[in-house]
Ligand binder design. Sequence first.
Ligand code: NAP
Length: 272
Amino acid sequence: MDEKNWELLNNLKVGIVGCGHLGQAIAQVLVEQGLKKENLLISYRGDPLTYQSLKIKGLTPCLTTNQNIFREAGIVLITIKPQDILGLKEDVASSKGLIVSCMAGTSIELLNQILKADVYRMMFSGPDTILSGKGVAAMFPENEYLKLLLCSINLTHIQTMTESDLDIFTAGVCMTAALLQTDDLPGHRKAIIRIGSEYPLFAELFDWAVKVLPSFHKEADKELYIKKMVTKGGVTAAVINSLTSGEPLDTALRKGIARTKEISIETQQSLS
Ligand SMILES: NC(=O)c1ccc[n+]([C@@H]2O[C@H](COP(=O)([O-])OP(=O)(O)OC[C@H]3O[C@@H](n4cnc5c(N)ncnc54)[C@H](OP(=O)(O)O)[C@@H]3O)[C@@H](O)[C@H]2O)c1
């Protein structure tokens, strides 16, 4: 990427609230590609295993409080689970930067209501695809700084026209895990033909998933790849559960979309 663009991102500073699987992959690749560590601000909730993992990746010098992240970073990516969002309410108040939810499901309307701030949404493919530079991401609404961020870490930006497209994208990027989970490429192709006319984005993401699918020598490595994509109670989990119960990929993807909507409703209900 152009040196000037890195200068801009370093000037802005990037914050990542919640460095679990997704947050760590983004943090790692940002530093690898040229963001100075002093301009990356990250947080986690306190799990010692997370700290260990951050230490191995050399990211502990970037750790700070959520309050500092919102106060100092020009772009703040929220990569926690939707059920934890209420915990950020007070810290968000000090933010002057772009607040970007990377959480599956939770709608902008609901995020505005909870955080009392303008929020963008971004969705990413799984951590391994991000680290290998083969990942894809989508955002809503579109924003030039966020496009620059994606470009800086070599992620392909997939255009989405509406917020609903983002939910379809969220289910669609689970396809790398889905294809690894059940070894039936011809069956999956037929399923994508069935669902592709209703959701063309699935056809696009299926082609991407087939192209970037890694091969593993050890079963354990494959399981770890899938595990890093599965947020408990999340969309990938819904897609994988459907496939393992014998349903075809098109049904699994529909269940993935349905799960995004349920997540939003569950988050809404947790407010009352
Ligand atoms: N994994 C994926 O492939 C993927 C892809 C796209 C989108 N997403 C979305 O990304 C989000 C995270 O998924 P994940 O799989 O990365 O989950 P995860 O591994 O469980 O990570 C969540 C992280 O959030 C931290 N956290 C929770 N509350 C916090 C708070 N108040 N302040 C700071 N940190 C806090 C946790 O800290 P501790 O470790 O200390 O508990 C944990 O590290 C989900 O909303 C999911 O929908 C995930």
